[in-house]
Design a protein around this ligand. Structure first.
Ligand code: FAD
Ligand code: NAD
Length: 471
């Protein structure tokens, strides 16, 4: 039987990054993956394809609605939807091939097949992959890392059928542009993929159970983004309880009760169910080795990401916390360094969250609602992009930056932004908060002019006592 220092089960951003780090640390490493391609949800049907379509659709939308004002005339602009989907797939294929290269380069054995845990040091792989599929192979493992990720959560009355009732996976590969799309869930997937289709001309209705979109983020963000999405033509139905979804041959009918309890009917070409994701542990055989899960099916781990069996670790979407690729990566590196006897560190409060709509949404640290609930005394400073020269120059004046600081110490506790390039700007806040900076620190750092980042400095100035200069 082949023997490894580490066997990683699942090749998403958590698993493959952990495998690379393990190889760097000199561990003989195997990576087990049941899908044909490596890269997990993120590379195949998540982060990468959705961003490819978001970028393509934004170009189209700008060409249609903004170019003329910039003085660029485009005659007979035409959408080639199948080319857009084909380009997205090329991006995925290239990215996934990059992971094969990285595994090879780092001397990591890739075992194609579904992994299960026989005992604390044995992994069985039910082989898949071309001619060699079928049969099992057992390997010895000094340590095991579970990185099996998550799958789509559904509603009892809205089971995706892959035809008219779809998940994000099908929404990333539609054959033709829908005229009308109903999205259940005004969270990250609903708004990102809803934006893609709204920009391309689809009539998009988002039905959200809570009274706000992005309800788990600082409430200012959903309010601000909602204004931009409405301008884009998206219809946001908040406080609506969906009660039935029926797919037919050519369309789908969704029934929901509005805030007043009045039944509303939505007919569309497709209904995208985007109400969250759930941890995936199918077929791992956790019970046999005594690994426990919480009431939401997530593997229980300690602060060092060890399961109830100390030589078996778990990371990423399959454990508690934000379901984000970069959180999975950080945890993968942490787990492997801990196995190697190092003392790694992650601050889960400083994992940024980004929504890739336009304007983008980005946040790090605590929301105003969380600070209120915890009884923390805080001050708020905010700055609107309409007061930014750079934003005016690029016609991206929607949005704002909000900085929350401790009322006594001035330490930055949370930064929340809606605006162009927020996804990249948020890292200034991550760096600042990692070094426990104050708003005064940020407000005394020179920011290049004219940039979107100046708004962070202005918001910090506002938080230190109404010293913003350009409002
Ligand atoms: P996954 O990426 O889910 O990978 C798990 C892997 O394990 C899979 O390949 C699976 O086949 C494999 N596996 C499972 N069981 C077994 C088994 N028994 N044996 C062998 N292999 C197994 N996050 C972001 O940070 N930014 C984004 O922009 C973003 N966009 C997203 C867009 C969409 C549409 C979706 C659906 C998700 C998005 N996410 C995004 C979330 C992100 O994809 C996940 O948080 C991330 O992929 C989790 O990584 P992971 O390694 O924990 O698991
Ligand atoms: P989500 O948790 O972001 O949003 C789900 C939304 O559905 C919530 O607003 C919730 O209130 C709503 N909802 C739940 N039940 C409902 C019902 N019965 N009727 C109407 N609305 C209902 O989940 P998601 O958008 O499916 O995304 C899944 C995961 O993938 C998230 O954890 C997210 O972090 C990750 N993801 C991240 C990115 C990114 O980082 N940019 C992009 C896509 C997905």
């Amino acid at each position: 039987m082949k023997s490894y220092d580490l066997v990683v089960i699942g090749s998403g951003p958590g698993g493959y990054v952990a495998a690379i780090r393990a190889a760097q640390l000199g561990m003989k490493t195997a990576l087990v993956e049941k899908n044909e391609t490596l890269g997990g949800t993120c590379l195949n049907v998540g982060c990468i394809p959705s961003k490819a379509l978001l970028d393509s659709s934004e170009h189209y939308h700008q060409a249609q609605h903004q170019f003329a004002e910039h003085g660029i005339k485009v005659d007979a602009l035409k959408l080639d939807f199948s080319q857009m989907i084909a380009r997205k797939q090329e991006v995925v294929d290239q990215t996934v091939a990059g992971i094969d290269f990285l595994m090879d380069k780092n001397g990591i054995d890739v075992l194609k097949g579904a992994g299960s845990i026989l005992d604390a040091s044995t992994v069985r792989v039910a082989k898949s992959g071309g001619k060699k599929s079928g049969g099992t192979v057992d390997v010895k493992a000094g340590k095991i890392l579970i990185a099996t990720g998550s799958v789509v959560a559904d509603l009892p009355f809205a089971k995706p059928d892959g035809k008219r009732i779809i998940t994000s996976t099908e929404a990333l590969s539609l054959k033709s542009l829908p005229k009308k799309l109903v999205v259940i869930g005004g969270g990250v997937i609903g708004l990102e993929l809803g934006s893609v289709y709204a920009r391309l001309g689809t009539e998009v209705h988002v039905i959200e159970y809570q009274d706000a979109i992005l309800p788990t983020m600082d409430r200012t963000l959903g309010k601000e983004l909602g204004r931009s999405l409405k301008k884009l033509g998206m219809k946001l139905h908040l406080g609506h309880a969906v009660k039935s979804v029926k797919g037919a041959a050519r369309n789908v009918t969704v029934l929901a009760d509005d805030k007043k309890g009045v039944e509303q009917t939505f007919k569309a070409d497709y209904c995208l169910v985007a109400v969250g994701r759930k941890a995936y542990t199918g077929g791992l055989g956790l019970g046999a080795v005594g690994i426990t899960c919480d009431d939401r099916g997530r593997i229980e781990v300690n602060a060092d990401l060890q399961t109830s069996v100390p030589t078996i670790y778990a990371i990423g979407d399959v454990v508690a916390g934000a379901m984000l690729a970069h959180k999975a990566e950080e945890e993968g590196v942490y787990a492997v360094e801990h196995m190697a006897g190092q003392k790694p560190q992650i601050d889960h409060n400083l994992i940024p969250g980004v929504v890739y709509t336009w304007p983008e949404v980005a946040a790090v640290g605590r929301s105003e609602e969380e600070l209120k609930a915890a009884g923390v005394e805080y001050r708020v400073g905010s700055f609107p992009f309409k007061a930014s020269g750079r934003a005016r120059a690029s016609m991206d004046t929607d949005g704002l930056i909000k900085v929350l600081v401790d009322a006594t110490t001035d330490e930055i506790l949370g930064v929340h932004m809606v605006g162009a390039r927020a996804a990249d700007m948020i890292h200034e806040a991550v760096v600042a908060m990692t070094y426990r900076a104050t708003a005064e620190d940020i407000s005394r750092m020179c920011h290049a002019h004219p940039t979107f980042s100046e708004a962070i400095k202005e918001a910090a100035l506002a938080a230190t006592g109404n010293r913003a200069l350009h409002v």
